[in-house]
Design a protein. Structure first.
Length: 424
């Protein structure tokens, strides 16, 4: 937005800020929130505090620095109100679990470490955050955030003190952070229709089991090397000859999902169009079959759940759906998902959910390039959480304007010019 467009929506923005920042106790802090949001939404390549203050007629760099980095207002309460407000407007088909990285120089920004950086596609010095988004084909909105704290930060008292990391916060795996974020949203009385995630989460049997334990349905990506038993495979126990009874086991070695899907043959895959892309219909060929994940961790989790519920395990692995994609021009299936949606769920519905993460990638471009998600130059834990919450608020406001009937609010440059990936 240019300055004229921002001024045109200031009255509407003021009402939005009054609602979303109602938990912020002081009027002057809410005014700074309004100012910061305008700075994020205005045109400008850099959305650091210094750059935004120079563009705003009421911008005061010192005041904004204090508001973001030193002020004690609670970002969680603000995110809760954004979630409560946006979920009914987005009308999500799913919630997407994702993570995003922020390349950083030095070692004193909170949570920074040499780790895989998705933004650069390689190992690099960066921060990583886990996020949960409400998503439909027309809109998405971040609902919750968790900053990943690498293991090296757990006992680094100097860096923790300098960046104001709370004492109770330690290293926690990303899949656990995702479940924590979902639990917090459940505490706000917000429940997903289904959770979608890429293979970084779907590959993890503990993550899938965590969703199932919470009665949250899922459609999650996996790699082709996950092993499974066919759905009709039946475990059997050797004849008992006294002593401890043997545990029933499947008689045949499990197959990888690549092997199982390829064995069905290309003719078993049906053509599905899941949405209209910028260059025409998005179409590929898919197969749905029922399988039983059979990795070591999957077996141990199934056994532990059965013993906890029934006192014994009969060796039967839980059944889920495997969705496989075999694109034209490929000599074998290339992409795979697992889902525990009801077994009568149409393949077309599974495909649409499996592919709906394209919207997150689309909107991340606006969050990062248009609204400065990765432009924060502070180093502290409170500052980082304040900044991402303010960016979330700015994105929520723009999303509301786009979803409003007869809205006359132009897309941001990043949204207007972007072309969704054809791989999603």
């Amino acid at each position: 937005m240019d300055a004229h467009e921002v001024n045109r929506v200031r009255a509407t923005l003021a009402l939005f800020v009054a609602d979303v920042f109602a938990s912020v106790p002081r009027k002057d802090q809410r005014a700074k929130g309004d100012c910061y949001l305008r700075g994020l939404m205005m045109n400008g390549r850099r959305k650091s505090i210094q750059a935004m203050a120079s563009r705003l007629p009421d911008g005061n760099e010192q005041n904004l620095q204090q508001f973001v980095n030193q002020s004690t207002w609670d970002p969680v309460a603000v995110r809760r109100r954004i979630s409560e407000r946006l979920v009914p407007q987005v009308v999500p088909d799913a919630w997407a679990v994702d993570d995003v990285s922020f390349p950083k120089d030095g070692r004193m920004s909170v949570g920074v470490a040499h780790q895989y950086c998705g933004a650069l596609g390689k190992q690099a010095n960066c921060q990583v955050a886990v996020s949960v988004h409400a998503v439909s084909d027309t809109a998405s909105c971040p609902l919750n955030w968790r900053l990943f704290l690498p293991r090296e930060w757990a006992d680094d008292a100097v860096r923790r003190e300098r960046t104001a990391v709370p004492k109770e916060v330690g290293h926690r795996e990303k899949w656990r952070l995702a479940l924590d974020a979902l639990d917090e949203l459940a505490g706000w009385h917000l429940v997903p229709p289904v959770v979608v995630a890429d293979a970084g989460y779907g590959q993890n049997a503990d993550f899938r089991a965590g969703l199932a334990a919470r009665d949250i349905a899922y459609v999650v990506g996996i790699r082709g090397d996950i092993t499974v038993q066919p759905h009709d495979a039946v475990p059997a126990a050797p004849a008992w000859s006294g002593g401890r009874r043997p545990v029933p086991r499947y008689r045949h070695q499990p197959m990888t999902v690549t092997e199982l899907a390829a064995a069905a043959g290309r003719e078993a895959f049906q053509e599905v169009t899941w949405r209209e892309g910028s260059r025409g219909p998005m179409t590929s060929r898919f197969l749905t079959v029922r399988v039983r994940p059979a990795g070591v961790r999957s077996r141990r989790l199934a056994q532990a759940a059965a013993v906890a519920e029934h006192g014994r395990w009969d060796g039967v692995l839980p059944e889920v759906a495997l969705l496989a994609e075999w694109p034209d021009g490929e000599d074998r299936p290339t992409r795979f998902w697992l889902s525990d949606l009801p077994d009568d769920t149409p393949t077309a519905d599974l495909v649409r959910l499996a592919k709906i993460r394209w919207r997150i990638e689309h909107d991340y471009r606006e969050l990062k390039h248009g609204l400065g998600l990765d432009h924060f130059e502070g180093r502290s834990w409170p500052g980082w959480h304040h900044h991402v919450t303010l960016v979330t608020a700015a994105h929520a406001f723009l999303t509301e304007q786009r979803l409003a009937p007869k809205a006359d609010t132009p897309d941001s440059p990043s949204t207007r010019s972007s072309t969704p990936s054809r791989t999603c």
